[in-house]
Write a new protein. Sequence first.
Length: 390
Amino acid sequence: MNLFKSIVGACLVCVLTFGGNLAGAAEMGPDFSIEPTTNNGSKWRVAYYEGGPYFEYQKVLLATIRGLMQLGWIQPAQPPAMAGEETEGLWKWLSQDVKSDYLEFLGDAHYSSNWDEDGNRQEISERLMSRLNSTEDVDLVIAMGTWAGEDLANRRHKVPTVVFAASDPVAAGIIESVEDSGVPHIHAAVDPDAYERQIRIFHEMTDFKKLGVAFENTVAGRSYAAIDVIEGVGKELGFQIVACHTQSDIPDLDAAGRSVIECFENLVGEVDAIYVTMQGGVRSESIPTLVETTNSRRIPTFSQAGSEEVAYGFLASISQGDFEFVGKFNAGTMAKIFNGAQPGQLVQRFSPPPKIAINLRTAEIIDFNPPIILLGAADEIYDDITVPSQ
């Protein structure tokens, strides 16, 4: 299919407009220092909680650590190679090997529910909540993802908590609004226009009439997939949404992956584009099959998660620059809290610089001819399809 250069140009203007500050910075807020400082001569003690392993959590945590290194809170060091999607090994490295005069990543304070809704989640979150209220040996909690944000963004404790990598913390009820978390000790980084930008540019690129979306039909699953946003843009632009329901936040990640594969197999016969949403079943083991399924039917795809999945064969996404800007924003937020800011005082809105990622090999396979204007806006161009490491 051929792209209409005029509408792609308009799309890029739209992306830049929604993207906000080209420097990738947050809106201006209260002026707090980000200089390294101790906690009255002691180190600030940091804990971590996640719903379960997920590739984005690992990458956001790594980027945040790099941001803290750049700000001088941690001595520069090379993180170990991380297999798979887990963060436990990374946290162990932080607690044992990273040098800092200011921060201590508590070795016994890595908590994960392992996507076990019925068992681990309540047990683990209650254990952490008890520690925050009784032991009082934690100065800040990193709550990674929607589950962690839902469990800790409340008044049951008073420990400063920063929520990272939650797809839509407002829709998930983690914070009251982009402007106000609603709880003084809670902060959630949020880019409220991110998924609207994605859907608009994907529509301009391909002019789809029927958009396939596979997602878990739960409050969290709809939040991950930005269903409310997709429905709003769909009404405005006049395209139909074809939904297929998957399993996502479950301990059996293989089953989650099979559910997404089955959905894609059903969707390719009904739609002319697929928005690949973030969920437990879209992972290194399932992505090659998902790419083969869509490419064989010449169905263009857009990854919600970012450019790494474009390297693996989905057609396009918004480039995240290895999460560099997210990491800097997160590190700055933590630094301001350690310098006396209440989390709820700090700006939550963050928009990274808008750039495109595109896979030219996939474009060739599906007969998609990207115009020069699109390639000129691309920050990451992939010439081949890479197989994810298992």
